[in-house]
Write a protein that binds this ligand. Structure first.
Ligand SMILES: [Zn+2]
Length: 311
């Protein structure tokens, strides 16, 4: 029987799990609701249930976890605002003891980047930057086929790069972070602060069954709604400046965009490239490849499993 590895992608409300073999075949998947107030004990029990289910498909060699938060090299959660009861816990060590198999943990965007480099849009690309545009802005930087984690493990938090001095308050407590301008949360703030009827138009489309503020806002902008277009253009410009700044620092020429806001941004690629062009050093925007992420909804879990394979 082939060696199989489990990957868990832990978000604020649920976790996704995938059982993967070394050729990247996905053998099984599960989604488990947890809730933001989940404790280490309840999370461990839920993961244990999934591992038991997966073990019926194939024996599990090791487990990888991706978590929405800062994770130290030894798998301890440091900052995870969406999972307050898990802050400070040694996730990898605890799960390893609980499950009796090797466990590694990393930031969720790092895991997504690993997946894109393994089987996704950046397969075969030695150095690239993955940016996930969702409720927040996550990022994973791969340099010479290795995720850059920095000294502590918190490396490459592009979402918390300051792009406006004394700018908008970010969820991290600082002001002017890229995430405060480019994220689902940022869009809500932009719609609210714009005033007028934009919020009503957004609410009415949300009531019709749209998935989120970003999808609604980009849809309104596609339909030439002036206020929505203005909010979208500001977001795209801020993202372009942020990406260009990252390129100026790290000299990567491939950017992969994932997350729920990415499709809207990809539809506005000319504007994004224009914003980048005004901020790039020593090169023009046409030297940079911008690709949509392609590993889909199991990306984080598959990347976490790959992390376990590589460890
Ligand atoms: Zn921040």
């Amino acid at each position: 029987m082939t060696a199989a590895f489990a990957g868990i992608d832990i978000g604020g409300q649920s976790f996704k799990a995938a059982l993967v073999d070394e050729s990247a075949a996905v053998l099984a998947t599960e989604t488990v609701a947890t809730g933001a107030s989940t404790s280490l004990a309840s999370l461990s029990a839920a993961i244990s249930d999934v591992v038991r289910n997966f073990s019926a498909v194939a024996p599990i060699t090791a487990l990888g976890c991706g978590v929405a938060g800062s994770v130290t090299h030894d798998g301890r959660l440091h900052g995870c605002p969406n999972l307050p009861n898990l802050c400070g816990v040694g996730l990898a060590d605890t799960l390893q003891e609980f499950l009796g198999i090797p466990v590694v943990a990393d930031n969720d965007a790092h895991c997504h980047a690993i997946a894109e480099g393994w089987t996704g849009s950046a397969a075969g690309v030695e150095s690239f930057l993955l940016v996930t545009l969702g409720s927040g802005l996550g990022s994973g930087l791969v340099l010479d086929n290795k995720v850059y984690r920095g000294v502590t493990g918190f490396g490459c938090e592009l979402g918390h790069m300051i792009i406006v001095a004394s700018g908008r308050l970010c969820g991290c407590g600082n002001r002017g972070c890229l995430e405060a301008y480019v994220s689902e949360m940022a869009i809500r703030e932009s719609v609210r602060s714009r005033g007028g009827d934009l919020a009503k138009r957004v609410d009415s489309r949300l009531a019709e069954g749209a998935l989120g503020h970003a999808e609604v806002l980009f849809g309104l902008a596609d339909d030439n709604d002036d206020d929505a277009t203005s909010v979208v253009c500001e977001l795209v410009e801020m993202l372009g400046i942020g990406l260009a700044s990252a390129i100026n620092v790290f000299d990567v020429t491939t950017i992969v965009l994932g997350g729920g806001i990415a499709p809207g941004v990809i539809r506005r690629l000319p504007e994004l490239r224009r914003a980048m062009d005004g901020a790039l050093f020593a090169r023009s925007e046409d030297a940079v490849a911008i690709l949509p992420a392609s590993t889909g909804r199991w990306a984080g879990a598959v990347g976490a499993a790959r992390l376990a394979i590589m460890s």
